[in-house]
Design a protein around this ligand. Sequence first.
Ligand code: NAG
Ligand code: NAG
Ligand code: NAG
Length: 381
Amino acid sequence: MFSTPFVLSFALLLSLPLLFLLAPRILPPRPLPISLPDELDDLSLFRRASLSSISRSTGNGNGGGVSHLATSTKTPLPKIAFLFLTNSDLVFQPLWEDFFEGGGGRRDKQKHLYNIYVHADPTVVYSNPVVPVGSVFENRFIAAKRTQRASPTLISAARRLLATALLDDDQNSFFALVSQHCVPLHSFRFVYHSLFASQPAESSIGLGFGYGSTRYDHQIKYKSFIEIIADEPNLPERYKARGEKVMLPEIPFDEFRVGSQFFILTRRHSLLVIKDRKLWRKFRLPCLNTESCYPEEHYFPTLLSMKDPKGCTHFTLMRVNWTNSTGGHPHTYHPAEVSPQLIYKLRVSNSSSYSYLFARKFSPECLAPLTEIAHSVIFRD
Ligand SMILES: *[C@@H]1O[C@H](CO)[C@@H](O)[C@H](O)[C@H]1NC(C)=O
Ligand SMILES: *[C@@H]1O[C@H](CO)[C@@H](O)[C@H](O)[C@H]1NC(C)=O
Ligand SMILES: *[C@@H]1O[C@H](CO)[C@@H](O)[C@H](O)[C@H]1NC(C)=O
């Protein structure tokens, strides 16, 4: 005979694991950091961008892609899409203006080689006017949504920029994500040549034709410049930021990566990123531990490392100084530190084959000293 208290406690004990199992289903889920309407809005933009790429690559669109290359004798030159992700004033706008305009009468020649897109958090108050009349940034602001640190909103904003640039111009071939704290370390001409002369692994122009499932693969000769790191000490903590096993089964720990928040992607990879649903379903979840939550530093490197590791250089062209970083922010340069020597130092990478093209972060007060050395140092290669 069992006594009632014994049966009772036994039943309780049995139900404990059941409770753990069911709790996540019974308790209301934590709200997603991105609302359903915003998510649907993004999805429709991404779908439009990927559909338009498909129709172009099969020759039904208005040119572009391989069909364009094949039928036109005078192929328009490929462009770099500069994607500015900002949540405060574009303080270095005058410096960037100089960068894009070139000097020595290059303005007209260069304006066909780039496009600018700005995603400016609409909940922030900017100085008025946001950019001067006649600026290269004028009318380059895209439909933007609120962004917030330690949340997947920065991933969404970057994907919105990629999708808008994909849709906007077939000639956009590299997509460079930068922030308002970034500055150029070289002239536009140098940047353009570095990217388009960047080394094609083993393939050459033409080899990509007919390779893979789309005909868009002339892009295959270029690689994306994105840092992809597998052995970072904080990785286990970052992996568990949304809960112990939440990332499974889509993202096993040994496929989880970290890299710089800013990168330069090829058109092929930009398309891959906006088409992704599988990893996004995990990365859009809220972090339990916001101290270890930097979704944008993981989403892009992890996705590209899983889908096309050989198509990426695994390094970034954006110089960042992590010495003595505080609260997840890198060292921010102040006016007293700005000098020609600093620019020369920041350009140098550990590789003999590439030079850093951009750097961050600079405090807004650095605009004056940087402008002073713009033509004599920064834009002189
Ligand atoms: C990086 O930042 C540290 C301060 O945290 C500074 O002492 C150092 O000179 C900086 N390095 C470069 C290359 O600017
Ligand atoms: C980094 O910070 C430590 C302690 O605050 C300081 O002693 C050291 O000099 C700093 N290093 C640099 C390069 O600024
Ligand atoms: C170059 O490599 C050294 C040693 O690995 C490292 O300490 C340094 O930070 C690297 N410099 C850059 C610019 O990446």
